[in-house]
Design a protein around this ligand. Structure first.
Ligand SMILES: [Zn+2]
Length: 132
């Protein structure tokens, strides 16, 4: 049977998969970018859906939110973003004017993996592909 542990935020998950994800978490978590098991799970799920099943999210502006922990993400797919310029909402007379924000995709542990595969001799380089 799988690994059921009250501290495991994923609930029920087979032991082997749990261990593999916990290993990714240990390997890629940094003090600046702590990685939760849930995030490992969601990132892998999104990557497989994109790669094998054509899932695509345009991260529409209205789906991008910043939570109380100051994390900005797309609530449709949970992709994380860095805020370059915050969205502005102004009320002028009876009109509400929204100036869209500017965001940059945050790298995931998968981007780090890919970079190494792209050019093993260069190792980790500042990612030029960032953006979109
Ligand atoms: Zn999205």
């Amino acid at each position: 049977m799988g690994n059921w542990n009250p501290n495991n935020p994923l609930g029920f998950i087979p032991t082997g998969l749990y261990d593999a994800m916990a290993q990714i978490q240990r390997e890629y978590s940094t003090p600046e970018m702590p990685l939760s098991l849930k995030e490992v799970e969601i990132t892998l799920l999104r990557a497989i859906l994109e790669e094998k099943f054509g899932f695509k999210c345009d991260h529409d502006e209205e789906r991008i939110i910043t939570n109380k922990q100051d994390k900005t993400y797309c609530k449709w797919c949970y992709r994380r973003f860095e805020v370059i310029e915050a969205r502005e909402i102004k009320k002028e007379f009876a009109k509400t004017i929204v100036k869209p924000g500017k965001y940059r995709l945050k790298k995931t542990f998968l981007d780090k993996e890919k970079k190494l595969e792209d050019n093993p001799r260069l190792g980790l380089q500042p990612d030029q592909r960032g953006g979109e």
